[in-house]
Design a protein around this ligand. Structure first.
Ligand SMILES: NC(=O)c1ccc[n+]([C@@H]2O[C@H](COP(=O)([O-])OP(=O)(O)OC[C@H]3O[C@@H](n4cnc5c(N)ncnc54)[C@H](OP(=O)(O)O)[C@@H]3O)[C@@H](O)[C@H]2O)c1
Length: 322
């Protein structure tokens, strides 16, 4: 049974490459039939359509991968569910909590899986951080520090208000997910944004976010698209009472360093977690069990992003979801 890829853009290529390695049959849907055929040729797809709805009706389709801009996620997810397909939707799940709730309710009504394609959750290096925490290697957790800053000149839909925001709701939401996963649920967020560098972008090009998580853990996230001159080599860290765990943002290594010495792990395979994510989606469809990044989890990430936006607008700390 095949997966229908809705939207033949950049991230669709990552999913298609992972699906091909896992030998999962793919059907490509594009607004442009030629593009769908090109992707099908390149990634060994079993079908190609110039229309999303037609592709979803293909009797071989079991699920849909929504790889479209943020303002299309709601409609594309609802259409896929209405066609009886399980759905893996790119992050952010939605642009508002209301949109997220509509998707979650529709998936429950249709008795279909709704999973957020939060690949950071499936990156082997990032999972190793979580295991180090669970094994007590860091002691009691105290601080999470995430830095993802660089220069990225976007074009097209990402520059418009339809994206639902700027850096944080786009690439930054991955780090919000890691922050919650390693630091615990966010109780309060205070966020600021510097003066804009990328003038033609409707959303923010940079944000600094300070969060208070459960148990008093403090997390800091600095995320920027408007910071020229920085190396791509950046890492995040979690500090506990006994050690700090550092992890390469691109998932190639992680290390723990502290009072009990030093442990380094290097990762070679599926470093961005796309294969593991597709396997988890498959498991969820087969067993009916919620995946680690189900709709509710995508909604919680979004709630933190939206709280940060409100904090920026109001100049005070905000509790996510309130
Ligand atoms: N997990 C990650 O690391 C990661 C990285 C990048 C992006 N993403 C997410 O993936 C989604 C797509 O991002 P992307 O970078 O792949 O974007 P992209 O390269 O612009 O691709 C989006 C595709 O959506 C389709 N589309 C449908 N309606 C459109 C419209 N009105 N305007 C533009 N495109 C439209 C187009 O495909 P057709 O013309 O073929 O229909 C387009 O190629 C977003 O949710 C984004 O946040 C995730």
């Amino acid at each position: 049974m095949a997966l229908v890829v809705l939207g033949c853009g950049w991230i669709a290529r990552r999913h298609a490459a992972a699906a091909r390695r896992l030998r999962l049959p793919l059907i490509f849907a594009s607004r442009d039939a030629d593009r769908a055929r090109r992707y099908a040729r390149e990634f060994g797809g079993v079908g190609a359509y110039g229309d999303y709805a037609q592709a979803l009706r293909d009797s071989r389709a079991r699920a849909a991968l929504v790889c479209t801009p943020h303002d299309r996620h709601l409609d594309d997810v609802l259409e896929a569910l209405a066609a009886g397909r399980h759905v893996l939707v790119e992050k952010p799940l939605a642009r508002t909590l209301e949109e997220a709730d509509r998707m979650i309710a529709a998936a429950a009504r249709a008795d279909r899986v709704l999973m957020t394609a939060e690949n950071f959750r499936f990156m082997p290096a990032f999972r190793w951080v979580r295991r180090a925490l669970d094994a007590g290697l860091l002691g009691e957790r105290r601080e999470v520090h995430l830095v993802a800053r660089g220069w990225r000149r976007h074009a097209g839909w990402r520059l418009t208000p339809d994206a639902g925001g700027g850096a944080l709701i786009d690439g930054g939401i991955h780090y919000v997910h890691a922050l919650r996963w390693w630091g615990g649920e966010v109780r309060r967020v205070f966020a600021l944004r510097p003066p804009q560098t990328i003038a033609d972008m409707a959303g923010e090009d940079a944000v600094a976010l300070l969060a208070e998580c459960e148990g008093g853990v403090i997390a800091f996230l600095s995320n920027s698209l408007g910071a020229p001159g920085l190396p791509r080599f950046q890492w995040s860290s979690v500090t506990g009472t006994r050690a700090t765990c550092f992890v390469d943002n691109r998932g190639r290594w992680a290390l723990v360093r502290g009072t009990d010495g030093f442990r380094l792990r290097v990762f070679w395979r599926d470093t961005r977690g796309h294969e593991a994510m597709l396997r988890a989606f498959g498991d969820s469809m087969t067993t009916g069990r919620a995946s680690e990044t189900d709709g509710a989890e995508g909604r919680r990430d979004l709630a933190v992003v939206l709280a940060a936006y409100r904090s920026i607008a109001e100049g005070c700390p905000v509790t996510p979801g309130c």
